[in-house]
Design a protein. Structure first.
Lengths: 269, 307
C-alpha cells in the first residue's frame, strides 16, 4: 500500500507547532524544513523495532542538528517508540524531553546533540562499529547546512569515506538560512554536493519536499552496493508548510503565539 | 609509559574482541603491532582530534570498547568539547589515552605541553582520571579503567627508567592513594611523572631527619579525600606536586577538600607550574629544575616550610 506521506508529514508538523507553541520554544523553521525527509525516512527506511528498541541490529538516526528535536520526537511517536502524551513535556521544567536531546531519555534518542558538528563523527563511529560487528545496520545522520561550517564535519567526512562506510547516510537539510542570515551571505558553501563528492561521498541533490525524490534518494543510498557513504543534499525551505514561516529568518528563534498557532494549525489541517 | 600501555592494550585486544583502537596520527614506532595484528580494529583518523573523539564515542554506541589515543595536549584541548558532549555527558565507555602530559615534550615548547589536562578532565562529571607512574601502575590501571565501563582519561607520561615502586599490583585500586614513604612532618601528594622525584625528595629529607609521607595519587578523580584528611591530621602540612598548572589540577583538588574540612588545621603548598606560559626553552628535566619541582627543589620547598 502506498504511504500517504503528505498526510503523515502534516501530522508531524502539527505536533511540532504544538510543541513549540506550548513550550514557547525556538527552532520552528529548521524543524519544518526537515519534516518531509524525516517522514519518509521513518515510515519507509529506518529499521526500528518498538518492541525491542535496543535491538543491536537496528538502524540509528542521529539528529546532528539537535535544536530541531521537535521533528525527531514527533517521528519517534509516529513509529511507536515514544507515547504521544510525552510530547506535552517538550522543553517543560522538570521533564526529560530536552529541546537539545539527551541520549537515554527516550527510545530512539541515540545520542545527545545540540552542539553542531558532533553528529557525523558519532554516526561514523556507529557505522564503523556495525562493520566491525558484521551487522548490516545503517546510520542516518541529519545535519543542517549552517552546521557544515564546523570543521569537525569535514575532518570526519574525509575519514568516513576513506573507511568506505557505505552504511552511513548523511542528509544535509539545505534550507539556506542559518542563525544570522542566509548561508550565501555568511559563509557561502555554494555547491554542497560538490564538496561532499570531493571528500569521496556518493552525492545526490534532491528537492527535500518531494516525497518521490526523497524516497528515490534513500532507495539509492540503501540499495546501490557502492563502497562509499552517501550524502543527500536536500534542498528545502525553512519553515516549510506554514506560509508565514517559510524562508523567514526570525522563525529560527520565534515560537508561535496563540494567534499564529491557530493560523498554522489551520494551514496544516 | 605509552609503550607499556599499548602493550597492555595489545594483550587485552587478544582477550576481548570488542576493544577498538583509534589514534589521531599518533604512535609512530609504538602502535604498529596493534595495527599489524588487529587491522580490522585499528583506525587512524588522521590529524583530526575532534573526529577521533566523536568517532570513538560513536563506536561505543554499539557496545564496543574504543580507546582514543593521541597526544595529551591535542586530545584534552583540541577535542575538549567532544570529550564533554560525546563522551562524558553521554557517559559512554571511551578510554581517552593522553600521550605525554605535563612538560614531557620539554623543549618542543608550550604548544606541546599539556599542563591543563588534569584540571580540564577532573571537572567533567562521569570522568575517571588516572596517571600511572610505573609499569605496575600502567598495566593495572589500564585493566581497571576498562572494568569501570564509563569514560576514563589516562595520562601516559614518560617513564622514569630507574624508578621501581615498592608495592605490587594488588595495592592499586582506582580512587585510592598509595602511601609510598612514612613521615609525620609533612605529606606530599603526587602522580604520574612526578612520583620518582617525590620519592627521591623524601630520601633527601630523611637524611636531614625530616619525615615526608609521599602518596601516589594515581587517581585524580575520584580523588581519595580520605587520604587527604588523614594526612592533614597527621602532618598539618601538605604539599601537592605536579607538572601541571597549579590552578585546578591536583593542587586545586586537594585545596577544595581541605577548604571544606571541619576542625582540621592544615597548611597546603602547591608545587607545579605557576600561572604563566613557559617563557624559556628546556628539556623536561631542565624545566623541572627551573620550576623547582625536581627532587632537590621539592626537598628545598619542604625545608623552607618547616623552618
Amino acid at each position: 500500500m502506498k504511504i500517504d506521506y503528505a498526510e503523515k508529514a502534516k501530522e508531524l508538523r502539527r505536533s511540532i507547532i504544538t510543541m513549540l507553541h506550548d513550550a514557547n520554544g525556538s527552532f520552528s523553521g529548521g524543524a519544518l524544513s526537515c519534516t518531509d525527509i524525516i517522514t519518509v525516512l521513518f515510515n519507509s527506511f529506518m529499521r526500528v523495532n518498538p518492541q525491542n528498541p535496543n535491538d543491536p541490529q537496528r538502524d540509528m538516526f542521529i539528529l546532528s542538528k539537535g535544536h530541531c528535536s521537535s521533528a525527531m520526537y514527533a517521528a519517534l511517536v509516529s513509529v511507536g517508540l515514544i507515547p504521544k502524551n510525552e510530547l506535552k513535556k517538550y522543553g517543560k521544567n522538570g521533564t526529560r524531553m530536552f529541546i537539545h536531546p539527551k541520549r537515554g531519555t527516550y527510545p530512539g534518542v541515540e545520542v545527545s546533540t545540540g552542539s553542531l558538528g558532533h553528529g557525523l563523527p558519532l554516526g561514523t563511529g556507529s557505522a564503523l562499529a556495525a562493520k566491525i560487528l558484521g551487522c548490516d545496520a545503517r546510520v542516518y545522520v541529519l545535519m543542517g547546512d549552517g552546521e557544515c561550517n564546523e570543521g569537525s564535519v569535514w575532518e570526519n567526512a574525509a575519514f568516513a569515506s576513506f573507511q568506505k562506510l557505505n552504511n552511513l547516510i548523511v542528509i544535509v537539510d539545505r534550507n539556506g538560512l542559518q542563525g544570522c542570515g542566509r548561508d550565501s551571505q555568511i559563509l557561502n558553501y555554494g555547491d554542497m554536493g560538490a564538496k561532499f563528492r570531493a571528500f569521496g561521498f556518493h552525492t545526490i541533490d534532491i528537492d527535500g519536499h518531494s516525497y518521490a525524490e526523497i524516497e528515490n534518494a534513500f532507495q539509492q543510498a540503501t540499495t546501490l552496493h557502492q563502497d562509499r557513504p552517501t550524502a543527500i543534499i536536500a534542498h528545502t525551505v525553512k519553515g516549510k508548510g506554514v506560509s508565514f514561516m517559510e524562508d523567514r529568518l526570525e522563525w529560527h528563534y520565534k515560537s508561535p503565539d496563540d494567534e499564529q498557532f491557530s493560523a498554522a494549525m489551520e494551514e496544516l489541517s | 609509559m605509552r609503550n607499556l600501555f599499548v602493550d597492555e592494550i595489545y594483550k587485552m585486544m587478544g582477550e576481548d574482541s570488542g576493544i577498538v583502537f583509534l589514534t589521531a596520527e599518533c604512535g609512530f614506532n609504538v602502535v604498529e603491532k596493534i595495527e599489524r595484528k588487529y587491522p580490522e580494529r585499528f583506525f587512524n583518523t588522521g590529524i583530526a582530534e575532534q573526529s577521533l573523539v566523536g568517532t570513538a564515542a560513536g563506536v561505543s554506541l554499539r557496545g564496543l570498547r574504543p580507546v582514543a589515543y593521541t597526544m595529551a595536549m591535542f586530545l584534552a584541548m583540541r577535542a575538549y568539547e567532544q570529550i564533554r558532549d560525546d563522551v562524558a555527558y553521554q557517559n559512554l565507555p571511551v578510554v581517552l589515552a593522553g600521550v605525554i602530559p605535563g612538560l614531557g615534550y620539554g623543549n618542543s615548547g608550550t604548544t606541546h605541553h599539556a599542563v591543563e589536562d588534569t584540571a580540564l578532565m577532573r571537572i567533567l562529571p562521569n570522568m575517571t582520571v588516572v596517571y600511572p607512574s610505573c609499569e605496575t601502575d600502567v598495566r593495572t590501571l589500564t585493566r581497571k579503567i576498562f572494568q569501570r565501563n564509563t569514560p576514563c582519561y589516562i595520562g601516559l607520561a614518560r617513564a622514569s627508567a630507574d624508578y621501581q615502586p615498592n608495592y605490587d599490583a594488588g595495592a592499586i585500586e582506582i580512587g585510592k592513594a598509595i602511601q609510598l614513604t612514612p613521615g609525620r612532618d609533612a605529606a606530599l601528594f603526587a602522580f604520574g611523572s612526578m612520583i620518582p622525584a617525590a620519592v627521591r625528595a623524601a630520601d633527601i629529607l630523611k637524611k636531614d631527619g625530616i619525615g615526608l609521607s609521599v602518596y601516589n595519587m594515581h587517581t585524580v578523580k575520584p580523588l581519595d579525600a580520605e587520604a587527604v584528611r588523614k594526612a592533614a591530621k597527621e602532618c598539618g602540612l601538605i604539599f601537592t606536586l605536579e607538572e601541571e598548572n597549579v590552578l585546578g589540577g591536583l593542587g586545586g583538588a586537594v585545596a577544595e577538600i581541605l577548604a571544606e574540612e571541619k576542625n582540621v588545621s592544615c597548611q597546603l603548598k602547591r608545587l607545579g607550574i605557576p600561572d604563566e606560559y613557559c617563557d624559556v626553552n628546556g628539556t623536561q628535566s631542565w624545566l623541572h629544575v627551573h620550576y623547582g619541582i625536581d627532587a632537590q627543589g621539592v626537598a628545598a620547598a619542604v625545608r623552607e616550610k618547616l623552618k
